[in-house]
Design a protein around this ligand. Sequence first.
Ligand code: DX5
Ligand code: ZN
Length: 218
Amino acid sequence: MKTNHALAAPSLLAANFGNLAAAAESIKDAGAQWIHIDVMDGHFAPNLSFGPKTVQDLRPLTSLVLDCHLMVDNPLDFVQSFAGAGADYFTFHVEAARHSNRVIQAIKAAGMKAGVCVVPGTPVNVLEEILGELDLVLVLSVNPGYGGQKMIPTALEKLTKLKAIRSERAYKYLISIDGGITTGNAALAREKGADILVAGSAFFEAADKKAVIQELEA
Ligand code: DX5
Ligand code: ZN
């Protein structure tokens, strides 16, 4: 059914960091249109991963959408470098930004699509004043830092709320979910309102990656 269709965004966090070019290629070959890039600073998220140089080096290798998820403190400090690197979406955590509206304006002025993310403990109500400005809302369904965790089910209700608010107010944002998404729970996430399904382990650990994308997107 058309309304339940979603796009898969395989996350490079579960790829072999020694060969990201091959990982990007495998995402394209599997039929996905988005690549999710998890950026962690060791402060907001208890791990380290990629930076703007990763995006800069991948950009000439792929025409897929580079969906950057910044799990970092002070996200405003990174807007220019990610824009210069060729990021398409810049999604930051509302918990990490003192002036979220300012960050959104900076992202758009730099020519990127603006996204905001909430961790499992943050309700979506705190986004009320900025939802009209956003291109994407990312619901993190695990605590930040690591792939391969189990989805926290309360995240699913956030999708439903975001979908209801979007239709009530004719907002335009895409609704994305990230963390513990598998072929087993993708249909439920779509049904609850997800337009984008981020999947790290479920994609990179699968032998038949094309089948995973088809099942995620359905
Ligand atoms: C959490 C990351 C993860 C990751 C997804 O910090 O944002 O959610 O991309 O990994 P999986 O799909 O393995 O949960
Ligand atoms: Zn992510």
